[in-house]
Design a protein around this ligand. Structure first.
Ligand code: FMN
Length: 249
């Protein structure tokens, strides 16, 4: 089965180098519109998008994420979990607002943000743009909350750098489906080891031959390496989420 959208989805790769050409207001508006039309849990539209145009803020975000290349993107978005707007609506109606603080609602905002981010990525790719979703803004959410003046019941979840691509990285091979798609019950396939070995060989080949940042590593080694990051990094996330008014205990 093939159509233009399926082809586009299978051509996805994150882009981290951009030309100097900024996005136009019409382009950013189109991307935000695409995000708005994505599914949203209980139709609560419980997220907001902040366009970061101030170079000083972008520079600070570069420091926080360690990704100074974001400063050269054609546009930078921050996607924020947002129950604050619905708090205003509920307070006007003198409703009980406790549920807006619940873990369930925090998760609903998280889903909304993730789905909106993917809509922006895909819409952008259909327009010839490239992007990278950035969870690394979570490295210092306290600072981002101050910087963006985020009120209670909001939380910065994802950054998104987007622009005209100045690179064309190879596609990263995804794992064989028997490792991640099951029927009715969770069941790692009987030939898990051989499937994984084949995927490790495929990923090692990808890392050894891609056109930049060559590495000698397999997917399994990559997963283990990910676990070796400083455990103090983001250790305070739950405290900051609570400080923003969410009851996530
Ligand atoms: C939730 C999320 C957070 C991510 N955070 C970062 C990030 O902080 N920095 C980065 O360079 N890439 C980030 N990425 C991009 C992934 O590294 C990338 O999608 C993955 O390596 C697969 O590569 P591909 O998108 O080119 O296929 C993130 C992706 C997702 C979905």
């Amino acid at each position: 089965m093939s159509n233009d959208l399926l082809t586009l989805l299978k051509q996805h790769r994150s882009i981290r180098q951009f030309t100097d050409q900024p996005l136009t207001a019409a382009e950013t508006n189109t991307l935000v519109t695409a995000a708005q039309h994505a599914a949203t849990s209980t139709f609560a539209q419980q997220y907001s998008i902040i366009s970061i145009t101030d170079p000083a803020i972008k520079h600070t975000l570069g420091n926080i994420t360690g990704h100074h290349w974001l400063e050269k993107s054609g546009h930078y978005f921050i996607l924020v979990a947002d129950q604050h707007r619905n708090l205003q609506i509920a307070q006007k109606a003198h409703a009980d607002t406790a549920i807006l603080r619940s873990f369930d609602k925090f998760m609903a905002s998280t889903f909304d943000v993730a789905i909106a981010a993917e809509a922006i990525v895909t819409a952008g790719e259909s327009m010839g743009l490239g992007s990278t979703i950035m969870g690394s803004i979570l490295n210092d959410t306290r600072q981002i909350i101050k910087l963006l003046d985020l009120p209670e019941l909001t939380f910065p979840l994802l950054g998104l750098a987007i622009g005209h691509p100045a690179e064309q990285p190879e596609l990263k091979p995804r794992m064989p489906q028997p490792l991640m798609h099951f029927s009715n019950q969770y069941a790692l396939s009987a030939d898990f080891d051989s499937q994984l070995t084949a995927y490790d060989e495929q990923t090692a080949d990808y890392y050894a031959h891609r056109n930049s940042h060559l590495k000698k590593i397999t997917f399994s080694q990559h997963i283990v390496q990910e676990l070796q990051r400083d455990p103090k990094l983001r250790a305070e996330l739950i405290q900051v989420i609570k400080q923003q008014g969410f009851n996530v205990d």
